[in-house]
Design a protein around this ligand. Structure first.
Ligand SMILES: Cc1cc2nc3c(=O)[nH]c(=O)nc-3n(C[C@H](O)[C@H](O)[C@H](O)COP(=O)(O)O)c2cc1C
Length: 484
């Protein structure tokens, strides 16, 4: 367990390796980047399922078990291994054993898995060097966030980066968790009466055996929300319930989810959201807030770094270039297929306003072989991380996802229109990193995301691949080690 009472003054990296879920920015990638002196970031999104699936696949290399052996809360590592570790891996075609889906209140055993998973990913990213490591989480995937953060903090995470929502209450939660106190977030629930509020709570005291809760505080990580407007940055800086230490300012060309355009949504001929001048962030105004910031989205070039720094940024956050490098969690065949497509000019990225059940635009790489599989996929919701909570008139809380079977969604009060075009990000993104669920001979198809700038890999990547170190070398010094 990593403890420190005060937070050391930040040494600001020029490059933040973007947090990429699910499992794309894994411990291996973050470790490689941090080792080289920039900020490596693990994704904490759905990390509990990632951990139990790696264990069910036999934990090749023993990394999960090595990290679990350092988990400070007694009994939990053994419990996890007993329940999920299959030394020989799954039998061919056998489905993964699923964790119970998150709800407002879950069992302590369920929370323990999530805490352990946040710990394991961070611990491995920090192994063998002294440099800082960050964790990225999506504000919208609310329910597992507190236990994931606590696990990451037990492993000494230095920075927490959160977008896809307005994480105003995370600074206070980090303060509470650093002193092993109960942390609380206002739970986003549809259908609440005006004066009604629901809460998500996580209390470390409930997972440490009685009498063992540590007295020494944990390191309180720096907190960088991801913003796409100065007004949001200003609100977060002034009205959060604790310290905000900087910002990642992300443009609409960035991979993964994007903020919707300002004003009414207008689509181009390909059905993609149209962004305009109002969506550009005034970096001069952002700098006036007096906090460091990193520019993200289509700036992953040596010139992009220089321009960002000239505009007052500490540096840039880069995703796409790292997503397809050797150390990332993407499955090797997906990396190769995408790189080949990029080099031959046959792969495209589409900003899909409908794909994500969150309602946020989401970038989808159009991989020819997989689009058909995805279109034919039978709807099923068995992971549920993107489920929204709805309070019914009778006071009961229900959970629904616009990508679940249409009838089920409508029985829960959802509208047919809402389900149109929605895709199961949970299963699709897990398939991207080699953790696809199999059911009765059907394997979940991947759903690959990247930034608009995917094509720029072409002047960097060779078909054999490239390393995170080569990406850093190029961004920082303009040196191209790998050539096409
Ligand atoms: C494959 C992939 C997955 C991503 N997933 C997340 C995520 O889970 N959370 C997040 O805040 N940003 C996510 N991003 C955005 C990156 O963190 C980063 O801000 C962005 O990629 C920067 O733009 P670039 O891709 O043009 O370099 C993702 C990006 C990619 C390429």
């Amino acid at each position: 367990m990593v403890t420190t009472e005060t937070t050391s003054p930040p040494t600001l990296p020029q490059i933040i390796q973007g947090g990429m879920g699910i499992g794309v920015s894994n411990w291996r990638l973050a470790n490689a980047v941090s080792r080289l002196g920039q900020l490596g970031v693990v994704s904490g999104t759905v990390i509990d399922t990632v951990l139990v699936r790696r264990l069910q696949d036999g934990d090749p290399g023993g990394h999960m078990r090595r990290a679990l052996a350092h988990f400070p809360i007694p009994g939990i590592a053994d419990e996890l291994l007993r329940r999920y570790f299959l030394p020989e891996g799954r039998a061919p075609g056998a489905p993964y054993h699923l964790l119970p889906m998150y709800k407002q209140v879950v069992s302590s055993a369920r929370q323990r898995v999530t805490v352990a998973a946040g710990f394991v990913e961070t611990w491995l990213a920090r192994e063998g060097h002294e440099n800082d490591v960050g964790m990225n989480l999506l504000t919208k995937v609310q329910m597992p966030n507190l236990p994931t953060l606590y696990g990451a903090m037990l492993a000494g995470v230095a920075t927490v980066i959160m977008g896809a929502g307005i994480p105003r209450e995370i600074p206070g939660a980090l303060d509470a968790l650093a002193s092993h106190r109960k942390a609380t977030l206002r739970f986003d629930v549809e259908g609440l009466a005006r004066d009604d509020a629901e809460w998500l709570t996580f209390d470390p005291a409930e997972i440490w055996p009685e009498g063992t809760l540590p007295a020494t505080p944990l390191r309180r990580p720096h907190f960088y929300p991801v913003v796409s407007a100065v007004s949001l940055a200003a609100t977060l800086a002034r009205k959060s319930n604790g310290r905000v230490d900087g910002f990642v300012v992300e443009g609409p060309t960035a991979g993964g989810h994007n903020a919707p355009p300002r004003g009414a949504m207008q689509l181009d001929a390909l059905g993609q959201p149209i962004y305009g001048e109002r969506d550009a962030v005034d970096l001069v105004k952002l700098a006036e807030l007096g906090l460091p910031f990193w520019v993200a989205g289509g700036v992953g070039t040596p010139d992009g770094l220089c321009a960002a720094r000239a505009a007052g940024a500490a540096g840039i956050q880069v995703g796409t270039l790292f997503a397809f490098c050797d150390e990332s969690g993407l499955a090797p065949d997906i990396k190769q297929e995408t790189l080949r497509g990029v080099l031959s000019g046959t792969v495209e990225v589409r900003t899909d306003p409908r794909a994500s059940p969150t309602g946020y635009p989401f970038k989808v790489v159009q991989l020819p072989g997989h689009e058909q599989d995805a279109a034919e996929r039978e709807r099923i919701c068995d992971l549920g991380y993107l489920r929204e909570a709805v309070k019914r008139d009778d006071g009961r809380m229900i959970y629904r996802c616009a990508a679940e079977p249409v009838n089920t969604y409508m029985q829960k009060g959802g509208t047919f229109c809402d389900t149109d075009g929605r895709r199961c990000l949970c299963n699709g993104l897990l398939a991207d990193v080699g953790l696809a669920q199999e059911r009765d001979g059907h394997v979940e198809p991947p759903l690959v995301t990247s930034g608009d700038d995917l094509a720029s890999l072409a002047h960097f990547a060779s078909p054999e691949g490239y390393t995170a170190g080569e990406v850093l070398e190029w961004l920082l010094h303009g040196t191209l080690v790998a050539t096409a």
